[in-house]
Design a binder for this molecule. Structure first.
Ligand code: ATP
Length: 209
């Protein structure tokens, strides 16, 4: 069981947001905060993916950098934590395996809330064992600028979309791709990610080539 400074068995509602976090940014933080507030979550775990099933891993920054940036971005927010659970796993880390492991840690009385942006939610049919994910956790799909959350009902089978909670909130129009693009072309990323992350990116020359 991972040691994160709290008792896994002490919670009744745990939020989980997974991502490449390359880098973590204001969109992730706003999505997590909105879900935390709306669903009265005891804690939100940010889980950087080791080998993300949806992305080509060769272009992804080292796990250590993505993990440290997530820590820098969240360490001053009560209830936000960064888990290395997927970084520790060999090979591809699938969400369903992570959810099952976390459920075994928190115990049966804690409900898991799996927080995703609209883009990820629309991709649900491509996830491994989507129905098992929907059974294991309450999937919460948040609006994201540029993606149509209301399309979910048309894209997913009715039985699946009925199990997903949608939450329309205003999250910043930012993506990690845009941050990497800006850094590579020498543009400012002020305001898109916390200052500590911005300084980390500059100090380690991430994304600059
Ligand atoms: P990239 O641009 O590299 O694809 P990303 O910005 O989409 O990255 P991820 O780490 O892939 O970030 O996203 C993790 C989770 O956060 C996903 O569920 C994604 O939908 C969600 N998310 C990312 N940005 C936002 C945003 N601006 N608003 C709401 N949700 C977001």
């Amino acid at each position: 069981m991972e040691q994160l400074g709290f008792q896994w068995s002490s919670m009744s509602r745990l939020g989980i947001i997974g991502g490449t976090f390359d880098p973590i940014h204001g969109g992730h933080l706003a999505a997590a905060a909105a879900a935390q507030q709306h669903y009265l979550l005891d804690r939100v775990l940010f889980i950087p993916s080791g080998h993300p099933p949806h992305k080509n891993s060769s272009h992804i920054s080292p796990a250590r950098d993505r993990y440290l940036m997530a820590l820098l971005a969240t360490c001053n927010t009560t209830g936000f934590h960064v888990s290395q659970v997927e970084l520790m796993r060999e090979g591809t880390a699938y969400t369903i395996d992570t959810l099952r492991l976390l459920q075994s840690w928190v115990g049966p009385d804690c409900r898991l809330f799996f927080i995703v942006g609209a883009d990820m939610a629309l991709d649900l049919p491509t996830w491994r064992e989507p129905d098992a994910i929907l059974a294991e956790a309450q999937v919460v799909a948040l609006s994201r600028p540029g993606y149509d959350l209301s399309a979910l009902e048309g894209v997913l089978e009715p039985a699946r979309s009925a199990q997903i909670e949608t939450l329309s909130v205003s999250t910043p129009d930012v993506s990690a791709t845009e941050i990497r693009r800006r850094v590579a072309s020498g543009q400012s990323i002020a305001g898109l990610t916390p200052d500590a992350v911005r300084q980390y990116i500059a100090a380690l020359h991430l994304y600059s080539i």
